[in-house]
Design a protein around this ligand. Sequence first.
Ligand code: SAH
Length: 664
Amino acid sequence: MPDMTDARNRMVDVQIARRGVRDEHVLDAMRTVPREAFVAPGYEEFAYEDGPLPIGHGQTISQPYIVALMVEAAGVRPGDRVLEIGAGSGYAAAVMGEIAAHVHAIERHEPLARMAEARIAAAGVDNVEVHVGDGTLGWPEAAPFDAIVVAAGGPSVPAALKGQLKQGGRLVIPVGEAEFGQSLRRITRTGPDSWDEEAIGAVRFVPLIGAQGWAEDGRRAASSHVPGQNSGKTLPQMVADAAEPLPDTEDPSFAPFFDRYADRRVVLLGEASHGTSQFYRARAAITRHLVETHGFTIVAVEADWPDAAAVNRFVMHQAAREFEDPAFTRFPTWMWRNTVIEGLADWLRVHNGTVADPDRRAGFYGLDIYNMRGSIAAVLDYLDEVDPEAARIARERYGCLTPWQRDPATYGRAVLSNRYRDCEDEVVAQLRDLLERRLHYEAQDGASFLDAAQNARLVRSAEQYYRVMYYGGAESWNLRDSHMFETLEHLLQARGPDAKAVVWAHNSHIGDARATEMGAVRGEHNIGQLCRERFGDDAALIGFGTHTGTVAAATDWGGDMEVKRVRPSREDSYERVCHDSGVPRFLLDMTRDEALRRRLMEQRLERFIGVIYRPETELMSHYADAALPQQFDGWVWFDETGAITPLPPDHRREGVPDTWPFGV
Ligand code: SAH
């Protein structure tokens, strides 16, 4: 095993000490225990990352910072007798073993307990005993304890654990209904019958399952003796019972299953990959139905604004723009140049042709920010048309970005290295000028102004995006999703107070980020979360998933599209639960069955395939922890799926109007 001392010390300094953990016993112990020995073989290099990792059986090894926080809160000292509930990988028990005199750790999954025992021994820690059992009852044989640490979240504080504390002893436990995480509590025993309780902060743990925790089916254990209809059922059986089987996506009875969302302002439709035919077809069918039957007028997708604008001109029967680059010609072209999108655009055009009032027509818009060059060109074209003097100034301002127009990803580095000044002031000034003249411009043509203003906003966001992208991480992601959300808000505003929108974007953008590692660990937000915060129940978040089949994806960024086989889903994933339900195609309404919802809240892995798919490193590249019922309001399942069909590179059609956006 490579020497990971440096990585370990860095973890303690950056992730733990800098966040405010001061207890030297804790910091020393975490500098000593080799965390890499507690992850699955092959994952050692990820052992010092700032997050939890899967350890099997749907369980995780906690984020290092959380382990430190809990051990510090429990005030574990040399000479102490300690009890841990939820040994999992055994890591936290080993850390406490380094400090205390003796640790008892209880784990309900026997294979995990055995593995933890072996790993603790291999790490050279010899004062920890691992027991298999229900930790909500404590470990009376070895009680009382100076400190008890519970690494799973219960509905309340188990009385048994309070009773097994010494006078002055500390119990640290996450408590709560687990909707958006639990509250971490410290209970200190102050006398034979008295305890103090303090809240330490918000956390998110897997459920504590046992006699004084949650029941297997997700109910509160104490009340589960009411003869429940779910007792004895496996999770896949519960899913099968609650699932509404769906017909084929082309069947007219498919889309009406989604009528329950028709009165929402925003319906967000996800996808588990950027290259799956069924996800596209399903979303197209739902979209047509929402537009035709329920008056939705905005179709906003995770595509670049200027490219989608070309489709919009086609579907809205508007005039073509001169000298325009063809739409969607940059990687990944198959996301929008495919047969389903072509068909949807045709349908929207025909539909709009039957709608006399232009305000009731449905437009097609892009939320994304990657085509900065196209946006600059569009702003300049617009101003050339309506205000040549303003166009001259805009040309000068955007000139600052010219060297990076073709490869904006290099902009951040150049600016950071101080070889170039940044262009922020210019692009902000340009947007401000344009918006200040709104009334004047809008008087000429409202739709063109909306397009130009949105392009100017995009250049502003893209400039920031590429500048911070160089640092990587949450900031650039958040900027992009904030921009997408703000674009959606501008569209809703522009299309009037009753306007309703369908949004298409990947599950990672649409599923509430607070319910996944991205939000809980990395501090990232997304459009789904922002919609929930802004619209509440007026937004519906709908995820899509699959077990296996094929997908259109590349191996590297910028690479060719390939049709790749999708590996069958992992045993510890939500996808496997759906597959095991035996229902090939279904809609699961997460809000209907409270017991199922609780049960599904037990965190599992969820698969995210983007435009890149790397089956060889699938676990690290594509799976992340999630709490599905909190992420989505509805979940659409296709057990087996196939790759999307891209349009051929030389695609042509006879007799199309000159706004038809799919030619070359
Ligand atoms: N401390 C662990 C993290 C464990 S995750 C580490 O450092 O790796 C929580 C663990 O609690 C899971 O392994 C889960 O199986 C276990 N668990 C849940 N309810 C339990 C109970 N009633 N008794 C014992 N273990 C429980």
